[in-house]
Design a protein around this ligand. Structure first.
Ligand code: NAP
Length: 235
């Protein structure tokens, strides 16, 4: 088992090889966290790890839609650290740019749901015994304003449905865990990444900020909420 300082939170980040996920990893190691950067493609994950240039970060392969891959990560964390302080469910896909709710294929909805909704749920379930050993453990779900029911509108049907349901996962788990592990959703804003595109208004540093704050610094009585820019927003 790896010796880590009790003050050094152990954080898993999914989809850590690029975009907001990689920036979250960068900010976490800068703040002294022990980061397990995960990615589904080993070469991309190892490359991202080298970019971090930090001995506080390590790489572990994880395809969030693969139950065996999730079990392998759980076993690795159990053997290496014996606990987990934070799970950041960042990996996500948006494959419905050209679709409306009236024409989107159910295969696209199903695939988007598997990555954006079911994977965070399954990871939360699988890693819960390790998160319960932290005081308290934290789960941060990268959601989106496009998933807010209060401002739900046209376009991006699969993505919107998946993120609205992810927000439901956040609220259900937060209620059931009752503070033993805190669970929040956050929206990074519109961020310049492969997903957000070059016209987006924010850089990755702004996009990662609230996730990192929720992971390390937010008050532990803040749970079951939806946030942007460290502020609670409407579901
Ligand atoms: P991105 O640049 O497209 O990166 C997505 C990441 O998710 C990549 O690392 C990708 O890995 C990974 N991923 C996808 N499917 C995966 C799987 N099955 N297993 C493991 N990893 C997988 O996206 P981003 O802009 O950084 O977005 C990060 C999160 O923020 C997402 O949840 C997104 O919905 C949310 N968000 C983004 C914006 C925005 O404006 N960018 C706005 C609101 C919310 P590969 O490299 O292997 O594909």
């Amino acid at each position: 088992m790896t010796k880590t300082s009790p003050d050094s939170p152990i954080v898993v980040v999914t989809g850590g090889n690029r975009g907001i996920g990689l920036e979250i990893c960068r900010q976490l190691v800068q703040r002294g966290a022990q980061v397990i950067l995960t990615a589904r493609r080993p070469e991309a994950g190892e490359k991202a790890l080298r970019e971090l240039k930090s001995d506080r970060a390590s790489f572990h392969v994880l395809d969030v839609t693969d139950s065996q891959s999730i079990a392998d990560l759980r076993d690795h964390l159990q053997g290496q650290y014996g606990r987990l302080d934070v799970l950041i469910n960042n990996a996500g896909i948006m494959d419905d740019e050209d679709n409306s709710g009236l024409d989107v294929g159910t295969d696209v909805v199903r695939e988007t749901f598997a990555t954006n909704t079911l994977a965070p749920l399954e990871l939360s379930q699988a890693l819960m015994p390790l998160l319960r050993k932290a005081s308290p453990g934290r789960i941060v779900n990268l959601s989106s304003g496009l998933g807010a029911i209060s401002s739900m509108g046209a376009g991006h049907p699969a993505y919107r449905i998946s993120k609205a349901a992810l927000n439901a996962v956040t609220r259900i788990l937060a209620a059931e865990l009752d503070g033993a592990v805190v669970v929040n959703s956050m929206c990074p804003g519109w961020v310049r990444t492969d997903m957000g595109g070059e016209n987006a208004e924010r850089d990755v540093s702004q996009g990662a900020d609230t996730a990192v704050w929720l992971a390390l610094e937010a008050p532990t009585d803040l749970t079951g909420r939806f946030l942007r820019d460290r502020q609670i927003i409407a579901w």
